[in-house]
Write a protein that binds this ligand. Sequence first.
Ligand SMILES: [Zn+2]
Length: 496
Amino acid sequence: MDSRKPTGDYEVIIGMEVHAQLDTKSKMFCGCRADVFGAEPNTLVCPVCLGMPGVLPVINRRAVECTIMTGLALNCSIAEFSRFARKNYNYPDLVKGYQISQYELPLCHNGWLEIEADDTTKRVRIERVHLEEDTGKLFHMGTYSLVDYNRSGVPLMEIVSEPDMRSAAEAYAYLTKLRQILRYLGVSSGDMEKGAMRCEVNVSLRPAGTETLGTKVEIKNLNSFRSVKMALEYEIQRQAEILDKGGTVEQVTMGWDEERQRTVVQRSKEFAHDYRYFPEPDLPPLEISREWVAEIRAQLPELPDAKCDRFVAQYGLSVYDATVLSAEREVADYFENCVALYPQAKTVANWISGEIFRRMNEAGLSITEIKVTPQGLAGLLNLVEKGAINLNTARRVFIEMLESGRSAEAIVAEQGLAQMSDIETLERIVDEVLAANPDQVQQYLAGKETVARWLVGQVMKATQGKANPQLVNKSLSEKLQALQRLREDKKSATHL
Ligand SMILES: [Zn+2]
């Protein structure tokens, strides 16, 4: 393939199906645990999730609740009547030979999600959100395969968008926003790397300004946000080049080859499945009362967009700061807990997005795992506010706090780091510094004003960084001005 970019004469049409594992304690239709990651193979199983004959599934109420909650957060209508369906296909990781899913009557439908991409805000419509069970997991060992059924029957939510995205960047923004909402709701970890969130995209191109949809290609096996973006960029260009040459795009299912950084055909249209859906006879239909929906709606947490707007209005933060701080619910909570104790929002925001994020990135920790609590950070900032320590010392103390988890007060007291604000002592040190550096003083008097900053540095050094910098600045500039006047007086005296 040459390096030509798409000509821009095509409109890109992207739709997405996202599967998210629900964070429930037990599986979708049995009591086996669903909240253990990395258990010994085939230890979290029972006759129901192993598909033994004669067993009866029972619906997990919490999973239904999580799905309705997601539907509400995605502005969907919630069905009054819904039911499960059998999706028939044969694959070794599917014990029963069918998967219990939903077909013509999903729990949620007709919603939308607002995304920001390419400098605009747009709505991506959500076709449906439904509930199903996960399959087992195959391990290919060369000449044979092994299967682990621990994952078999884990509740899985499928979120299907309308084909409303027009670029890889929009698809990336959609996926990011969707995961953010799932995490805010606490219904799924959304960890793509652990398989807790899986994504399939379909993409087609059509000549700009036309209505008929082009042939769409499905891409599966996308294991990271990055691979979604890369696979789409690659596929858009591939299709554009076929169309440029007057060719036709084939309807196929593709996979993303991470190593070769290209899409590869997995299945052509002739092998498309016929799932022969029919209503699941072992499960009763679901009647979802409006009272229950209202109850779930009342439990919805504040969602990211609303929180971001509130941070701007309530704390006077910039949209940028508010977006950064509301990206994750835990970070937003940390911020608000800290501001409650130290009500200078901008300062707190700067510390979180600077020092705290740096530490989280370096150590690979979440904000709830670092040793400085919101109370701890507020304590440190209050010491600066009171003038007990200066900013330089605060940064040093903060590093100690990250290591030991101790309070700023304790560290400052123990190491004698309190700021030196005693005027007489500071003036004496300033005098000593001036006396010890006559050349620099002369340079200053000759007009080189930047030397003043160097002299401040010398005073800070002489006090191991503990001097109150405002007082040092004041004292030093007063003394230098006095010397300046003296020098001018002398000059005019000589002229006389
Ligand atoms: Zn089970």
